[in-house]
Design a protein around this ligand. Sequence first.
Ligand code: DC
Length: 219
Amino acid sequence: MQTPFVIALDGPAASGKGTLARLLADRYGLAHLDTGALYRGVAWLILDLGGDPADADLAAAVARDYATEKLAGADIRTRDVGAAASIVAANPKVRAALLDFQRRFAKHPPGGAKGAVLDGRDIGTVVCPDAAVKFFVTASPRVRARRRWRELAPSRPGLEESAVYDDLLERDARDAARADAPLTRADDAELLDTTHLSIDAAFAAACRVIDGVFRRCES
Ligand code: DC
């Protein structure tokens, strides 16, 4: 069996990595895993139980028992779930429980795909250190806050952009400061700063890098 072609995309919230990951998966016929959704799923399940995301043992138990089917109809994209996800993501037992799931996805991409695109915070550094291509996608905090606010505002009238900005800085700090698998750029990751790039331009830049890797693999 050929080794699956894996693309790793890491970066902070609202950097554009999720959109880019979906576009790249479509373009190259690869399976896509949004790994942030796993942490959000665990957070949602804890909140649904009336639990505290900072309860390390409860979070670990929920993560070990994680199954996508339990999240049917769950809205995991809210601000509260995002904040709780960042807390459970700092728990090493939660990370260990979700690591296998992510590695299995990369090694055996579903639907017979020849590879996978995974986006998150530690894909290039911890989950798939041997990925064929790695990107670190980022943008200035102000631009990211505006993007996230535009996403949330239609369902949250009255939501202030400044509150989204403050949340984002808090989550960035927590994701980057945690001891286990902090958000950081892998040494061999391409930097993609989307502050002044449209999604089309970012996609084109990423495709140029990937096509270059394909050419090198073929020659
Ligand atoms: O990308 P997101 O906002 O959906 O991620 C939710 C939280 O999960 C975020 O605070 C960081 C965490 N996360 C992580 O620690 N490792 C990953 N591979 C993906 C997300």
